[in-house]
Ligand binder design. Structure first.
Ligand SMILES: Nc1ncnc2c1ncn2[C@@H]1O[C@H](COP(=O)(O)OP(=O)(O)OP(=O)(O)O)[C@@H](O)[C@H]1O
Ligand SMILES: [Mg+2]
Length: 445
């Protein structure tokens, strides 16, 4: 609770509150009207808002409404001289935390701040307990309830303490980059830098120079001395992404570094020693590449002292809805949409689809859906056609259906391709009331 926004046109009130809160070490933002208040709210994301109901430009209740609709977790305290119990009650019904009638004393402000801190503490505790009951683990943006991934996280935490090289494998979009960042953050090296080297993005010479640096004249275009990322990361962690794409000359130079903790810049003969931890990631089978002679076995042994495998999303279906809902609320908030949940059919489709692009693909689909959605829940229609069609393809492959199943899926199909209930009813040759009943019966949304 470090940032508070005050929205009031009474300069005295603003100053009194500001001095009192700043003395308590809180950052205070001031707005003398509703418009500025909402702008500051959007930009600065305060945790607490003190809001006057009587503002020169916008009605305070409207400002409150906008704040609540934004979906951001925030405690709003209404301050007003005009606080009849009725408006205060209305404000609290709308989602305000409490109200403070003018005039008030500094002690009253302190009391409100303490109450908010207490409630906030309890609410976070409840959230953590709820997560624990549901088997959910949350590490920043990384969230999972898959037992397989829990084990990986546990191992990652254990190795974070050491300097051992870690190899993270897994398909594209499974979270290798995030996991590497977590290991660094959990390690004693977290005061040092975390720098990524993308081994697939650069040509051989450039990758070598990116990693090890070069001296002036080392190659055409090397017009001045340049430090490499290994040197820049001294004391921290280098993340070698797509490590399989390294050329054999870079591989042998890296092997030398792993064995001796020192390297030469390109074009130089002087050895430089640095203290760097290496985490590598790959979405290819490195053992296979070793067999084919494309990756050095001795280097692989040095890199995968600890191996962490992130399973694809289709092998942890329990994470699909969890991660989808996590990003649903994130994007809904960012796009100011009141979308709170994923409809049953949309969820079925998400669970059926095999997600070759894994979590990255799922995030894109949810973001797109939020942008297209016109309702308060994400519908099947809001998903990309290949995901909707994937569902119907597997459905049509299904064995013989009962009449009831056929009716349900036919109604579904028609609803998907029509704009309104009335139009769908016309196509189906029934009246809209019957269609309503059938939708309810079959739980079609
Ligand atoms: N468990 C998770 N919970 C929430 N978000 C996740 C999770 N795992 C990954 N993500 C998100 O998915 C996206 C892809 O993750 P990341 O870039 O780490 O994957 P990757 O395995 O490194 O992919 P690539 O091989 O393509 O580089 C990122 O936006 C990341 O924040
Ligand atoms: Mg990555």
């Amino acid at each position: 609770m470090k940032k508070v926004l005050l929205i009031d046109d009474d300069q005295n009130i603003l100053t009194t509150l500001q001095i009192h809160l700043e003395d308590a070490g809180i950052t205070v933002l001031l707005a003398e009207n509703g418009k500025k208040g909402l702008e500051l709210f959007e930009r600065e994301k305060p945790e607490i808002v003190f809001l006057d109901l009587k503002l020169p430009d916008i009605d305070g209740l409207e400002v409150l409404d906008d704040i609540i609709l934004s979906g951001t977790k925030v405690y709003v305290v209404i301050i007003t001289a005009y606080a009849t119990i009725d408006t205060a009650v209305q404000a609290i019904k709308m989602g305000a935390f409490d109200y403070l009638p003018k005039p008030f004393t500094p002690e009253q402000i302190t009391h409100h701040m303490q109450m908010i801190a207490k409630v906030h503490g309890l609410e976070s505790e409840v959230e953590t307990l709820k997560d624990r009951l549901k088997g959910i683990v949350r590490e920043g943006d990384f969230i999972t309830k898959s037992r397989k991934v829990h084990k990986i996280l546990k191992m990652a935490r254990q190795v974070a303490d050491s300097d051992a090289s870690v190899m993270i494998s897994g398909e594209s979009g499974t979270g290798k980059g995030v996991l590497a960042g977590l290991i660094h953050a959990w390690s004693p090296r977290n005061i040092g830098p975390f720098i990524t080297v993308n081994c697939a993005g650069l040509q051989e010479n450039l990758l070598e120079s990116d990693l090890f640096g070069h001296v002036k004249g080392a190659f055409t275009g090397a017009v001045r001395n340049k430090k490499g990322k290994l040197e820049l990361t001294d004391g921290g962690t280098v993340f070698l992404d797509e490590v399989s794409e390294m050329s054999s000359s870079v591989q042998s130079k890296l092997l030398h570094f792993l064995q001796h903790k020192e390297f030469e810049k390109l074009g130089d003969t002087q050895m430089i020693g640095v203290d760097v931890r290496i985490i590598a990631a790959t979405n290819r089978d490195l053992d296979e590449l070793v067999q084919e002679g494309l990756f050095r076995q001795d280097l692989l042994f040095r890199l995968n002292v600890v191996e962490l495998y992130l399973p694809p999303l289709r092998e942890r279906p329990e994470d699909i809805s969890l991660i989808a809902e996590h990003y649903l609320s994130k994007f809904a908030r960012a796009n100011h949409k009141p979308i709170k949940e994923i409809g049953g059919q949309a969820l079925d489709a998400l669970k059926t689809y095999p997600w070759p692009g894994n979590i990255r693909e799922l995030i894109n689909v949810i973001e797109r859906g939020i942008i297209l959605s016109t309702k308060d829940r994400l519908m099947l229609k809001d998903l990309p056609p290949h995901i909707i069609n994937y569902k119907s393809k597997t459905a049509s492959k299904a064995k013989m259906q009962t009449l009831v199943e056929a009716e349900k899926s036919h109604i579904n199909e028609v609803l998907l391709h029509t704009e309104s209930i009335e139009e769908a009813a016309r196509v189906l040759g029934i009246d809209p009331a019957t269609l309503w009943r059938k939708r309810k019966k079959y739980q079609i949304d």
